[in-house]
Design a protein around this ligand. Sequence first.
Ligand code: GYE
Length: 336
Amino acid sequence: MLKKTMSAAAALAVGSLALTACGGTSSGSDDAAGGSGGGDDTITMGFAQVGAESGWRTANTQSVKDSAEEAGVELLFSDAQQKQENQIKAIRSYIQQDVDVIAFSPVVETGWDAVLLEAKRASIPVILTDRAVDSEDDSLYETFLGSDFVLEGERAGEWLVENAEDSDVNGDGSINVVQLEGTTGAAPAIDRAEGFADTIASDGSIEVVASQTGDFTRDGGKRVMESFLNSEDDIDVVYAHNDDMGLGAIEAIEAAGLTPGEDIKIITVDAVKDGMQALVDGKINYIVECNPLLGPQLMDLAEQVVAGEEVEPRVVTEETTFTQEEAAEVIDERQY
Ligand code: GYE
């Protein structure tokens, strides 16, 4: 639902994006237009999503859409297909439509200041959700809602340090880890690598021998793992920055005639249903949870910032970890 004042140029820019309006409980078409100048109470949110790269992302999108509907928020939703320029275009279109609040999950950390300044000048509050930006100017956004990715990396590293002996699959006294990184420049890829590296540094026998991006996708994880299996001797452990890449790595390991979870140990992050199933099946050894169900908190924060209330500058999601035994206990109730 586009605002009447929207220019033809803006309509064109929007048309090139997968932009859809959904959610909202209002029935009248005038009502549904929303916008800060709309003169009704319905909040219009422009949400610029990263893409549809993983099971985590699918669950996150669903949570945002469901929560918007529940809260009576009119949602303008765009999928950037993991491209920063698409997200910038979407944010500009939301500014032109004079939405009440913009929320987005930045595909990479840097390069946002110009567009965020445009939003600020238009007096449209911005909420960062899921991923952070790297900017000197924290007045460009109201708050950042999401996980502590450094802590997630540390948790992955802690498990490996604690299970070092078992993880020396090749039995040569050194634990060779290959790392499947998330999207280059993305907050979770940078921070999960950092937290892991800092933690394993306490054990001189553990070493990351190769590290490459698999772009948070299953195909990416499979492709990179195939090349690692060709180039690296004696891989003991895979550390994948998300379940999907770990699942891709499992395919590559099985295709090479090896048994994932035994011949090569696998640690991942997310704990989506497919990942949890692989954990229960013994193909993954440990998963650090990253909660995608951010929608309800996002809608609460949106209502507060639109009402001009002060919000905490950082809202951290609570998360846990799963061993194979722990996953077996909860898999049946897992929603996503
Ligand atoms: O871990 C991964 C997704 O930004 C936390 O993005 C998110 C990450 C998540 O593609 O699966």
